[in-house]
Design a protein around this ligand. Structure first.
Ligand SMILES: *Cc1c(COP(=O)(O)O)cnc(C)c1O
Length: 227
C-alpha cells in the first residue's frame, strides 16, 4: 500500500469510529506522525491532500520544515529542551507535549516578540508511569492555573499516551480518565468548553475516538515501520 492509500484507510477508520460513537468525523483531526521519515514521504502525503504532520525530534524536524512547502502544518510532539524553545516557537504551529512550566515560560518569552499565540496541549501522564513524560493527573489543575500569565500560549486541551498494551481495549479507561480530567478543568474555567483531546496512535486511535479524542497522532499505520 502507498502512503496515500494508507492515509485514506486511516481516514475511513476515523470516520467509522466517529460514527460508531455518534460523533461528527469532522471534529477529529489526523496528525501524521512523520518522525524518522524522509521529506519524500511527507511530500507523498501532501500530494494526497494531507498537510498536518507531527514531529518528535527537533533537529530532524527543522531540516524537513525548512525543505518543505510553507503550507504544511507542524505539531511538536516530542520532549522540549528550554534552550530549544526559540526554535519550537518560531517553527511549529502547535505544541502537544507541554509538561513543564519552565518550558511554558521559555516558549512565552520567544512567542511574545513574534506576536504569536500558540495553541498548546498539556501532556498528562494518565497512567502515572514513572518513566513517562507528562504532569501527573493530580497536578494538572495547578499547572493549568499557573499558565495564566503566559498570554502567548493558549491552553487548548490535554494530550495523553496510556501505558502500552497490545490490546487497545486496555487503553480505553485511560482515554476516558483523560476526558474526565479535561471536563473537570473546563468546569472551573481552566479549559474552554470546546477543549481538544490529543489521544490515540496507530494501535488504539479508534478506541480513543470512541472516548472523545479530537486529534489522533498516527505514524506507522500511514508511513509504515520506522527503522
Ligand atoms: C511516535 C509517536 C506517535 C505515533 O505512533 P505510531 O504508533 O507510529 O502511530 C504518536 N504520538 C507520539 C507522541 C509519538 O512519539
Amino acid at each position: 500500500m502507498t502512503i496515500v492509500e494508507n492515509l485514506q484507510s486511516v481516514k475511513r477508520r476515523i470516520e467509522a469510529a466517529a460514527e460508531r460513537a455518534g460523533r461528527n468525523p469532522a471534529d477529529i483531526s489526523l496528525v501524521a506522525v512523520s518522525k524518522r521519515m524522509p521529506a519524500a514521504s511527507l511530500r507523498a502525503a501532501a500530494a494526497g491532500g494531507h498537510l498536518l504532520f507531527g514531529e518528535n525530534y527537533l533537529q530532524e524536524a527543522v531540516e524537513k520544515i525548512s525543505a518543505l512547502p510553507r503550507d504544511f502544518v507542524w505539531h511538536f510532539i516530542g520532549h522540549i529542551q528550554s534552550n530549544k524553545a526559540k526554535i519550537v516557537a518560531g517553527m511549529f504551529d502547535v505544541v502537544e507535549t507541554l509538561d513543564r512550566l519552565k518550558i511554558a515560560a521559555a516558549l512565552e518569552k520567544h512567542l511574545a516578540p513574534l506576536n504569536r499565540v500558540m495553541p498548546v496541549y498539556l501532556q498528562v501522564n494518565i497512567g502515572r508511569e514513572p518513566q513517562k513524560s507528562g504532569v501527573m493527573p493530580d497536578a494538572a489543575r495547578k499547572f493549568a492555573a499557573d499558565m495564566a500569565p503566559y498570554r502567548h500560549l493558549r491552553l487548548t486541551g490535554l494530550m495523553a499516551m496510556p501505558p502500552y498494551s497490545p490490546d487497545p481495549e486496555n487503553t480505553r479507561k485511560y482515554f476516558r480518565q483523560t476526558r474526565e480530567l479535561a471536563e473537570k478543568l473546563a468546569a472551573v474555567g481552566l479549559l474552554a468548553s470546546d477543549y481538544g483531546l490529543s489521544m490515540g496512535m496507530s494501535g488504539d486511535f479508534e478506541v480513543a475516538i470512541e472516548e472523545g479524542s479530537t486529534l489522533v497522532r498516527v505514524g506507522t499505520a500511514i508511513f509504515g515501520g520506522r527503522k
